[in-house]
Structures are given as structure tokens and as C-alpha cells.
Design a binder for this molecule. Structure first.
Ligand code: ZN
Length: 135
């Protein structure tokens, strides 16, 4: 299976994208996630590895605790040569809020690719699967 990769940022304005890149460049942690209103999160590691929380879930949890539930895009930055994708748990966590959100994946040089969640998590399980309507 081939995943379609994009290089545009049509979901956000140029101004929003520049702000997003600015925040990515300011990051001092290995991962930053930006969702609505540029809410960030970082990996929260734990001596008991299984108790750690990925940056994606940290940012989304932070946003939800601030009353946000609708996200236009998510950016994930890593200090790696190639951009990284969210882990399986985070893909499912993100899916709760959108079946097909755009993910901007940045590498250490602030180069990015864009992919869609639907391509990373096909035939996904979400609130609709339980008969819960999502706006
Ligand atoms: Zn994760």
C-alpha cells in the first residue's frame, strides 16, 4: 500500500503556516504537536515506559481541557532526518476528533510532508462506529 504524500498546506493560510513553522523551529523537545490555536504538547516520558504520553496525545489532551474539540490540522515535529508519523495509539486518539485530518510532519530541518489520517488509519474505528454523531 502506498500512502499519498503532499507538500502543500491548503488547510491553513500562509500566515498560519508560517506561525506553525515558527513554533516548530522554537521547539526544544523532540516532538511538538500543534492543533487548533497552536496548542503544543511534548512527549512526557516516564521511568515506567508504558506510562509515558506522546506529544500528540499531550497536545490534544491539553486542547480538550481548554474546551477545544475541533482541529483543522496537526503538525508533528521531530529532530530526525526523516519526518515521523504518529504511533498507533496516537493515530487512534487523533481519530476521535477527525476521520481525515491533515498531518504536517516536519523533520529536523523544518522540511515537511503532509499526509492524511485516513491513509495512516484506514477502515478506522471512531465515535460514529458507536452511533455517536460528531459535528
Ligand atoms: Zn504516540
Amino acid at each position: 500500500m502506498t500512502i499519498q504524500v503532499y507538500h502543500d498546506h491548503s488547510e491553513v493560510s500562509d500566515e498560519e503556516f508560517n506561525k506553525l513553522k515558527e513554533l516548530v523551529n522554537e521547539g526544544t523537545f523532540s516532538r511538538i504537536v500543534l492543533a487548533c490555536d497552536f496548542i503544543t504538547g511534548v512527549n512526557v516520558e516516564n521511568a515506567s515506559y508504558g506510562a509515558g504520553v506522546c506529544a500528540e496525545r499531550a497536545a490534544l489532551t491539553r486542547a480538550v481541557s481548554q474546551g477545544q474539540r475541533k482541529f483543522r490540522v496537526i503538525a508533528i515535529a521531530a529532530d530526525t532526518e526523516k519526518p515521523i508519523v504518529p504511533c498507533g495509539i496516537c493515530r487512534q486518539f487523533i481519530r476521535e476528533f477527525s476521520e481525515n485530518i491533515a498531518l504536517f510532519l516536519f523533520n529536523q530541518d523544518s522540511e515537511y510532508i503532509k499526509v492524511y489520517l485516513k491513509d495512516l488509519l484506514p477502515l478506522s474505528f471512531g465515535p460514529e462506529s458507536l452511533g455517536i454523531e460528531v459535528e
